[in-house]
Design a protein around this ligand. Structure first.
Ligand code: PMP
Length: 461
């Protein structure tokens, strides 16, 4: 018989009293209490009562290499013993971040040759805003201070980056300044007012971006931001050619194009970077999450040669005043280098094979009465629940779909993201076995069946 470790109950109470959880209802969390995770191996995590669950969401779309990778632990320990910290200020440096910057530059598309390390994705996005403002200042166009992103996009939750995040939850009540941010409509193929014809969706987005730039003033726009696949907005996949078309418009209009690959990077969609899926080269790219596979915090901004040289020439002998104590942290860099060698030593390949299996397995759920849409690419996917397939009616919001769906999946031994609109999000570790992928699909079907039996759902069918 497995028993809860003696400290678990008091931990729940301590958590309730003292730990403020990210993007959570504070009151809701107090009422529910924390679910303690105690260990992980491969794609499986263990909770405090000893139950094992398949982590179909890789933590928070980040543990791409899976749990328990001893070589990563060793790399971190080696670096900690040797030199746990060195600043990058005062022209100082250490080997691991230098090698990592070179490795990323070598693998990133085109001339994204210059790497600025951050602590995660939000500050990577925030850093791009600062670098881009500085870039236009350097080019004698400080009036280019307006930024455009895509509705339902997510670009982090810092004071500025939250402005690019086009989800009301991250704005309402926070007083995020509005005078610099603009959006175009999402490319969502399932609920797009322009229908699901890829050519029409691309044409509408291209026209809208042009119109938005004209409306703001063509000499006012600094940059346009996209996620190659929108993650937190509900895993929304643009039609093939969408990103390339918008990238081309930005080049034509002289606007910087930023690809936010915080989720899509490091094998999530198949290749190392999702930009490769469309053969595009952004002016700047942000990465985090899979960069270190969650073993240590780190993100990065990759800058094209042109952006870097413009800033460098302008600043000359003067310091470019942007930096963090933990920029280019040696332990995180050592972790990232080892994780990269795991990706290239077989995990990317395994992820591609398992990604195909996941996509076809989940598409097999389309026959379920509650499934309106299945979408995704590689090891990134979503299943959207509806109560009426023809009308695409979302689950009733008042039923607290996200919490109920998450709970049911948890009870079946599966961790998935349950978005409030009744969408399951999947981002399993790339190390998953075929059996684990099949279990993710089978347990999802079980959750769907249980949801169909829910009297409150039955009542609205
Ligand atoms: N950009 C994107 C596309 C993201 O999905 C996220 C996080 N989910 C971020 C930025 C912010 O990254 P972080 O949470 O590491 O700050």
């Amino acid at each position: 018989m497995l028993t809860r470790p003696p400290a678990a109950n008091s931990l729940v109470e301590l958590d309730r009293r003292h730990l403020v959880h990210p993007v959570s209802s504070f009151r809701g969390h107090e009422a529910r209490g924390v679910r303690l995770l105690t260990s992980g191996q491969g794609a499986t995590v263990t909770e405090s009562e000893g139950r094992q669950l398949i982590d179909g969401f890789a933590g928070l779309w980040c543990v791409n290499a899976g749990y328990g990778q001893e070589s990563v632990v060793e790399a971190a320990a080696r670096q900690m013993r040797q030199l746990p910290y060195a600043t990058g200020y005062f022209d100082l440096g250490t080997e691991a971040p230098i090698r990592l910057a070179a490795a990323l530059a070598e693998r990133a598309p085109g001339d994204l040759d210059h790497v600025y390390f951050t602590l995660g994705g939000s500050d990577a996005v925030d850093s791009t805003i600062r670098f881009i403002r500085y870039y236009w200042h350097a080019r004698g166009m400080p009036g280019r201070d307006q930024f455009i992103s895509v509705a339902s996009g997510y670009h982090g939750s810092t004071s500025m980056g939250a402005g690019l995040t086009a989800l009301p939850l991250f704005h309402d009540g926070f007083g995020v300044p509005h005078d610099w941010q603009h959006r175009i409509a999402s490319h969502d193929l399932y609920r797009n007012p322009n229908g699901a014809d890829p050519a029409a969706v691309i044409a509408a987005s291209v026209a809208e971006l042009r119109a938005k730039v004209a409306e703001i003033g063509k000499d006012r726009v600094a940059a346009f931001y996209v996620e190659p696949i929108q993650g937190s907005g509900g895993v929304l996949v643009p039609p093939p050619g969408w990103i390339a078309a918008l990238r081309a418009v930005c080049a034509e209009l002289g606007i910087l194009f930023v690809a936010d690959e915080v989720i899509t990077g490091f094998g999530r969609t198949g290749p190392l970077f999702a930009c490769e899926d469309e053969s595009i080269v952004p002016d700047l790219m942000t990465v985090a999450k899979g960069l270190t596979s969650g073993y240590a915090p780190m993100g990065a901004v990759l800058m094209s040669d042109h952006v870097y040289q413009t800033i460098a020439d302008f600043a000359g002998a003067k310091a470019v005043g942007h930096g963090f104590t933990y920029s280019a942290h040696p332990v995180s860099a050592a972790v990232a280098l080892e994780v990269l060698s795991l990706y290239e030593g077989g995990l990317l390949e395994n992820g591609r094979v398992m990604g195909d299996r996941l996509q076809s397995g989940l598409r097999g759920l389309m026959d379920h009465p509650l499934v309106g849409d299945v979408r995704g690419r590689g090891m990134l996917a979503a299943v959207e629940l509806v109560t009426d397939k023809a009308a695409k009616t979302p689950l009733p919001a008042e039923l607290g779909a996200a919490t109920r769906l998450f709970d049911r999946a948890w009870d079946q031994g599966l961790i998935v993201r349950a978005f409030p609109q009744g969408v399951f999000g999947y981002a399993p570790p790339l190390c998953c076995t075929a059996e684990e992928i099949d279990q993710i699909v089978a347990r999802t079907r079980k959750v769907l069946d249980l949801t169909l039996d829910d009297p409150e759902i039955r009542a609205v069918l």
